[in-house]
Design a binder for this molecule. Structure first.
Ligand SMILES: [Zn+2]
Length: 286
């Protein structure tokens, strides 16, 4: 599932400010990305891909609106349009591609085809059909429930420690709870906990100030590294990144811990495969 670094990479690609855009742009020598393009007719082949409003109203309202800005909030892609905001959540297997309108045929799993007024289109492909798009007057209607961004300067070590202090849950599912912190998923949570040497089942409230500080630093470090490597291309449609070659523990069970050489183990935490080093990440008070 795409997490913060993968969604950030796609947002940069769509803004045309990213190296990846060159190979995927409809105009190899022309403007990159979709910033400034104007929506024409939009087709929806899987109605439930549209969360709000109903698909016919979604298509009608998009028509004629230009894309003013593309950003990311948590795992949401945020398109600022002239009159509305469009949000897209890729969930398990969603992907967006930009291509010439008529030169390529559409695929079986292409759920939303955004034709632009020029000769390009943006296609939302989603094999598993969990991805969703919204068209809203106020994006806070959906984004308002999200916790802080990991890179928010107001998220200081002090603030993070007091957030953790109030929670009695195990640290791993808490970090993946989008209402607590926006953007983290299974991969980057395992990587950050290992870097900070915190056991995935440790009770959040039991972390002291220095553990909270090093965990926040570790979260920012693994996300920064993920973005730098264009995300991880693993078990989902996205193919541009290579962070999967630099995992410390994720899916490395049975291999040697890069810190101590002991064997990395895999356990289930909240129904998610969880990878950690029992020597570097001992359970203290969980
Ligand atoms: Zn270790």
């Amino acid at each position: 599932m795409p997490e913060l670094p993968e969604v950030e990479t796609i947002a940069r690609f769509l803004r045309g400010t990213h190296g990846l855009a060159i190979s995927r742009s409809p105009h190899p020598n022309g403007p990159l990305g979709v910033l400034g393009r104007k929506f024409a007719d939009v087709q929806v082949t899987w109605q439930r891909s549209i969360a709000e409003p109903a698909a016919p109203a979604f298509c009608a309202r998009l028509y004629g609106q230009s894309i003013l800005e593309i950003t990311r909030r948590g795992k949401f892609l945020v398109f600022q349009l002239e009159k509305d905001w469009m949000l897209i959540h890729l969930r398990m297997s969603g992907d967006l591609r930009v291509e010439p309108r008529d030169k390529t045929t559409l695929g079986l799993h292409d759920r939303i085809i955004f034709n632009f007024a020029d000769d390009a289109r943006m296609v939302f492909n989603d094999t598993r059909k969990f991805g969703r798009a919204w068209l809203l007057k106020d994006p806070q209607q959906v984004l308002g429930t999200l916790g802080p961004e990991p890179f928010d300067p107001e998220l200081t070590a002090d603030a993070f420690h007091s957030m953790l202090h109030k929670k009695k849950r195990a640290i791993k599912p808490l970090l993946m709870d989008q209402k607590f912190l926006a953007g983290m998923g299974n991969i980057y949570t395992d990587e950050a906990l290992h870097l900070a040497r915190v056991h995935p089942l440790e009770k959040a409230s039991s972390l002291n100030y220095s553990q909270a500080e090093s965990l926040l630093r570790a979260i920012r470090e693994v996300l920064t590294e993920g973005i730098r490597r264009n995300g991880a291309s693993i078990d989902w449609a996205y193919r541009g990144g290579d962070f999967q070659n630099y995992f410390r523990v994720y899916q490395r069970n049975g291999e040697k811990c890069p810190l101590c050489g002991d064997k990395i183990e895999r356990i289930m935490v909240s129904q998610r495969g969880t990878h950690f080093c029992p020597s570097c990440q001992p359970l203290e008070k969980g």
